[in-house]
Design a protein around this ligand. Structure first.
Ligand code: FE2
Length: 418
């Protein structure tokens, strides 16, 4: 059963399906019996919702929908059929790829790829200000990213999310390239297109280096005039790349389109629907996800589940509806590095996914319910002997856990490194 199939279903028996934003205190949540593997964003903890705070915390955990039993609810449940899915329902091939190499082995190689890519991003973002652009290392960098993803995508992906550095701009270029390539690979785009998507991700914000620094680095909300200047960065980047000999045309086009929106509300051209290139839509997904989950000086990174919930709300508006749904399926419910609470109150870090049972990954328990540290071991929640389950995802800062340390990730490049 796909998400769209369920969206068209008004009710299961007497139960009513509601979007999580329609959930209210006084509604009785029912366990619909739907397999969690099919519907990872369905909230199914049975019982009466007693307060608005409870509603907020359920939504904050990233759940997107819920089945309500009107008979057992103390407030009226509107039985109106759910909104139709936004247009754009063409289906894409999705191809989850099993890792060829263990996480522990690949993460070391992936760290080298990541270092090289961040170093290159630092160089091209600096050189372009002096009218120079050396594209020759780019293909090799993207090839190495693709190879690492092929070996074990969790390795490079977790480095992108968890590495600590003050070089956000350069990390972001690399992270968008990695996430875009991952998605292209998941959508079975073939190596030529995947390479173009990885390159477009790497260079997507090249034009920002040409925006005056007083606007780019303004520590305040931009004025309307400054915002217009900032919004020229897709065009500025496109202009730098479009005439490079042997460049695949999808690369500059994807860079130009990465702030266009499905509903036409984006920039620079206000394109919509099929007029926005596929590469542009894919880079936009990676760009937004990385921005939401990245830790910055002024904010903590958002847990992946929460970020994906926000992106789901953007489907059919800023984001292509089918692609955002596929992006969520690719990343799964609990990507490697997520901090989760188990049913015994312990806090754990997800160390590997289970593609057959995405809600039952492999975890490393870190603290017990009282906050005492636990001896290091791995626990496969999909093991038939296991009786524990994930109750919720927890922000790293709240948990007081650094997943990068728990997973033993190699340190990132020091600030200022080439
Ligand atoms: Fe951008």
């Amino acid at each position: 059963m796909t998400y769209n199939d369920v969206k068209k279903t008004e009710a299961i028996g007497a139960l009513k399906r509601l979007h999580i934003l329609e959930l209210k205190a006084g509604m009785y949540v029912s366990d619909s019996g739907i397999d969690w593997r099919e519907r990872p964003y369905l909230y199914m903890r049975e019982g009466l919702v007693t307060s608005d705070d409870e509603v907020r915390s359920i939504a904050a955990e990233g759940y997107l929908e819920v089945y309500i039993d009107p008979e057992r609810s103390t407030v009226y449940v509107d039985a109106a059929p759910p909104d139709a899915e936004p247009a754009g329902t063409e289906r894409h091939v999705e191809k989850p790829v099993e890792p060829k190499v263990s996480y522990a082995v690949e993460v070391k190689a992936a760290a080298e790829v990541h270092d090289a890519a961040v170093g290159y991003a630092r160089a091209f973002m600096s050189d372009i200000r002096f009218g120079k652009l050396d594209m020759s290392p780019a293909s090799n960098i993207v090839e190495r990213i693709m190879r690492s993803l092929d070996n074990n995508a969790d390795a490079l992906h977790s480095l992108c999310r968890l590495r600590r550095t003050d070089s956000y701009t350069y990390m972001h270029c690399v992270n968008v390239s990695v996430l875009s390539s991952m998605f292209a690979r998941y959508m079975d785009k073939g190596s030529q297109t995947t390479r173009a998507i990885g390159l477009a991700g790497l260079f997507h914000d090249l034009g920002k280096a040409l925006v005056p620094p007083q606007i780019l680095n303004a520590p305040r909300k931009l004025s309307d005039a400054e915002r217009l200047v900032m919004n020229t960065h897709p065009t500025l980047g496109y202009e730098q790349i479009k005439d490079v000999p042997s460049i695949i045309p999808e690369v500059p086009q994807g860079m130009l389109h990465h702030h266009e929106c499905y509903d036409g509300a984006g920039y620079p051209a206000g394109l919509s629907g099929h007029d926005v290139s596929e590469v542009g839509y894919i880079v936009a997904l990676a760009d937004i996800y990385d921005a939401l989950t990245s830790k910055r000086v002024y904010k903590d990174g958002m847990p992946p589940q929460r970020a994906l919930g926000i992106m789901y709300e953007m489907r059919g508006k800023a984001l292509h509806p089918e692609m955002v749904a596929a992006f969520i399926r690719m990343l799964g419910v609990y990507p490697v590095g997520s901090v989760v609470e188990l049913s015994d109150g312990s806090l754990c870090v997800v160390s590997a996914g289970n593609s057959d049972t995405p809600v039952k990954p492999v975890v490393i328990p870190v603290k017990d319910a009282e906050g005492a540290y636990l001896p290091k071991r791995t626990l496969d929640l999909a093991n038939p002997d296991n009786t524990l389950s994930i109750v919720r995802s927890v922000p790293e800062a709240t948990a007081g856990i650094d997943p990068a340390v728990v997973l033993g990730l190699p340190a990132g490049p020091p600030a200022g490194a080439p």
